[in-house]
Design a protein around this ligand. Sequence first.
Ligand SMILES: Nc1nc2c(c(=O)[nH]1)N=C([C@H](O)[C@@H](O)CO)CN2
Length: 136
Amino acid sequence: MDIVYIRGLSIETTIGIHDWEKQLRRPVILDLEMASDVAAAAATDRIEDALDYDAVTKRLTQEVSSNQFELVETLAERCAAILIAEFGVPWVRLSLNKPGAVGEGVDVGVLIERGERPRSAAIEGAIARCGDPACG
Ligand SMILES: Nc1nc2c(c(=O)[nH]1)N=C([C@H](O)[C@@H](O)CO)CN2
């Protein structure tokens, strides 16, 4: 499985369960791994055949910065849903860090995986030879 990744995407938003948190804007940091057929894009050398990390960055920035959330879980699920529904990403691993949430130097957040991991060509070949999907 090939991956297009985005690391350290910092987006300003309003997030938190406490009243004081609802009054301020603060950054959250996203790290994304998105399944994508890199070989197919390389074969044509066309952005239309690639998962455009610039377009993903702009869309997630727009969504996260223009909305308010209570939980990091909600924000993470919203981003994963957008990647699957709007960008056709079959599988995503997304980690969301909320800096300073529980004090200096402590990292908290969530790590989620959504969608189905595409099988490698080698696994597909093995299944085809075996004739039974359970074989893979
Ligand atoms: N699992 C979670 N736990 C907590 C969250 C959250 O979003 N998910 N949020 C908070 C507060 O907003 C925190 O950042 C500051 O107390 C607490 N726990």
